[in-house]
Ligand binder design. Structure first.
Ligand code: ADP
Ligand code: MG
Length: 384
């Protein structure tokens, strides 16, 4: 659904034109997984798929929310009665952003009418939730002239998801949606939140990065994410460092030798080696050697599968099939247990690789995957 339809949908619902329309993208992470809460490095890029929201201000403390993608009437909430963890519907995401803004002292936000639609697949590990939060945060920032920066909007959106919705996500997804730029991957240091736009122009290199949505729904809330997070914190504690970011790659073997718990050892090895893989990918991109990142992606997958143990048969099948059909490299991306994988291919090989993956899924009796290119796209913006 495009900007025009969202604008018209708003008018049909609320009887007046919106003050503006904003868009915020979903993302895929190129490399650096489960590193964000360890204060390490990640490298996402924004997708062309966006959440689009038409928004107007209100002065009566009422928030009205409607999504074209969800059946049901307009959700009406009162700002002075927004309480964390009390709303389990989709409306908790946008309501959480308004709550987080007001918590941060932006009480000039006195209500809004919202109608939205999104092309970001939900629950596919592509951050439809962050797109939803960031589009609302940016719209309210513009309309109420709050003067917040992109990283600040990302932080508020994460606060909404962590503490209002109740999902313990890191800062990557919201930062990607708020801060990415066209033709770049975003190098984010999750310690000081400094960012660098790294040119990632696949098309001029004759390359394509495919996203393969396995259609297996991940559920980060089911305890696995929290278990990995707790295991990483345990590792940092046992090694006497604030976060696993502080374990140097050069000292990894020595650090592992000090850990007797096999599970914690695996988690530490994944996080420290994935931080190092982010550095390697940046080095290769800076040297304009894009093809060489393929094997680093595949190595990252092995680490997620064997050390962090967050893959699943569908994701593993994408990686083995794509690589044997001629891909330069591939890995699962996002939270794991389903969701999506990314595959780096030469453009002329894209169809062969896609077909091979589709056939392998059919032969295994899996639901047909959805495959599309991840063109590095712009972050959140006003569109009308
Ligand atoms: P992901 O962020 O990986 O897509 P999440 O489980 O974190 O998966 O977020 C998905 C949830 O976000 C949905 O269940 C829904 O509550 C909300 N959401 C995403 N897109 C929309 C939309 N277009 N309309 C309403 N709610 C949405
Ligand atoms: Mg999400």
């Amino acid at each position: 659904m495009g900007v025009h339809e969202v604008r018209e949908g708003f008018e049909a619902l609320y009887g007046a034109a919106p003050e503006g329309v904003w868009a915020a993208p979903g993302r895929v992470n190129l490399i650096g997984e489960y590193t964000d809460f360890n204060e390490g490095f990640v490298m996402p890029l924004a997708l062309p798929h966006t959440a689009v929201a038409a928004v107007s201000r209100r002065t009566d403390g009422v928030l009205r929310l409607h999504s074209a993608d969800i059946e049901g009437p307009v959700v009406e909430l009162h700002l002075d009665r927004l309480a964390p963890l009390t709303n389990t519907s989709w409306a908790a995401y946008p309501a959480g952003v308004v709550w987080a803004l007001r918590e941060a002292g932006h009480t000039s936000v006195t209500g809004a009418d919202v109608h939205l639609a999104s092309t970001v697949p939900t629950g596919a590990g592509l951050s439809s939730s962050a797109a939803l939060e960031v589009v609302i945060a940016l719209a309210l920032n513009d309309l109420y002239e709050l003067g917040l920066t992109r990283p600040e909007l990302a932080k508020l959106s994460q606060h909404a998801e962590n503490d209002f919705v109740g999902v313990p996500c890191g800062i990557m997804d919201q930062t990607a949606s708020a801060c990415c730029t066209d033709g770049h991957a975003l190098h984010l240091d999750c310690r000081d939140l400094s960012i660098r736009q790294v040119p990632f122009d696949l098309a001029s290199q004759g390359l394509s990065l495919l996203v393969v949505d396995t259609r297996v729904k991940h559920a980060l809330g089911d305890g696995e994410y929290a278990e990995r997070r707790e295991g990483c914190e345990e590792g940092a504690r046992l090694l006497g460092v604030p976060h696993l970011r502080d374990v140097a790659y050069e000292g990894l073997d020595a650090a592992l030798a000090r850990l007797s718990d096999e599970r914690v050892r695996r988690y530490v090895r994944h996080v420290v080696s994935d931080d190092h893989r982010v550095e390697r990918v940046i080095g290769l991109l800076d040297a304009d050697d894009v093809r060489a990142i393929g094997p680093v992606l595949t190595e990252g997958h092995a680490s997620l599968r064997d050390d962090l143990r967050i893959s699943c048969p569908e994701l593993d099948l994408v990686v083995t099939t794509a690589n044997s059909a001629g891909a330069l490299g591939s890995r699962m991306t996002g939270g794991g247990f389903g969701g999506s994988a990314i595959v780096l291919v030469e453009v002329p090989d894209a169809d062969t690789v896609t077909k091979a993956v589709e056939e392998a899924f059919a032969a295994a009796g899996f639901t047909a995957p959805r495959v599309f290119p991840a063109v590095p796209s712009a972050g959140a913006r006003r569109v009308s």
